[in-house]
Design a protein around this ligand. Structure first.
Ligand SMILES: Nc1ncnc2c1ncn2[C@@H]1O[C@H](COP(=O)(O)OP(=O)(O)OP(=O)(O)O)[C@@H](O)[C@H]1O
Ligand SMILES: [Mg+2]
Length: 230
């Protein structure tokens, strides 16, 4: 459903971060995108969200070239992707409920429909009962769960989770991964960007490694060794 065809991406005329990368993302997949800091994981997410443009190559969404998308089509595309940012990007002074409801409000939801949808999304991550609490009083893991609930308000077919367990202890990371798995089991494609090899070992899934500007399909070798083999 989303395809990269020999995509090259550089920033500000610098050496490319990604070079001739091809990638096919099917419906209902769950996979990891890994690679060292600066390898280009977030860049891939930004390209998928059409927040950045490729220098060359093509990005196809349902066989249509995104370069030809007008503003309306771009907005529709973005609404079909739930992005969970590395730094959450929640509004700390607002409540849990208000943060989750925000994209719905922007889209014109009001009243009962707004409340019901918001509550359903919060319930899925186990935060419904705490919905009146302010985000600034939450732990990192709790904020991550609110970010997940906000990313799912439109039931997007694709979820991009950027380092979702980066700052979390093992138990909280487990809760976060479990919610992402559940979202996947309900049919959404979920891509998790992470450099946490322990996470990849605990929740096994297809793993794509960005290394030397290319993408490689990898499997982890020997659990005690921090390395991967293409
Ligand atoms: N807007 C930008 N302008 C210039 N350079 C950028 C920009 N965004 C990212 N870069 C550079 O591109 C490279 C890849 O960045 P990216 O954020 O995709 O890496 P990452 O794999 O997500 O890293 P991390 O694991 O630290 O999040 C880095 O060297 C970064 O400095
Ligand atoms: Mg990143």
């Amino acid at each position: 459903m989303i395809e990269f065809l020999e995509v090259t991406k550089s920033y500000l005329g610098m050496r490319p971060i990604l070079e001739s990368v091809s990638l096919k993302i099917d419906k209902g997949e769950f996979f990891y995108l890994t690679g060292v800091s600066g390898a280009g994981k977030t860049t891939i997410f930004k390209l998928l969200m059409l927040l950045e443009h490729a220098d060359s190559g093509q990005i196809l969404v349902d066989d249509a070239d995104v370069e030809r998308f007008n503003a309306k089509r771009t907005a529709l595309h973005r609404r079909r992707i739930g992005m969970i940012f590395q730094d959450y990007r929640l509004l700390p002074k607002l409540s849990i409920e208000e943060n989750t409801a925000l994209p719905l409000r922007v889209a014109g939801y009001r009243g009962k429909a707004l409340r019901q949808k918001t509550e359903a999304c919060l319930a899925r991550v186990g935060m419904a009962e705490r919905r009146k609490e302010l985000v600034k009083s939450l732990s990192g893991g709790e904020q991550q769960l609110v970010a997940i609930s906000r990313a799912t308000v439109f039931d997007p077919p694709v979820i991009l989770a950027d380092e979702p367990t980066g700052n979390l202890d093992q138990n909280t990371a487990y809760t976060v991964m479990k919610s992402l798995r559940e979202i996947n089991q309900r049919g959404a494609t979920v891509i998790v960007a992470t450099h946490d090899l322990n996470l990849i070992r605990s929740f096994r899934a297809r793993t794509l490694l960005i290394k030397e500007r290319r993408i490689h399909e990898v499997r982890l070798v020997k659990p005690e060794r921090e390395e991967m083999r293409a």
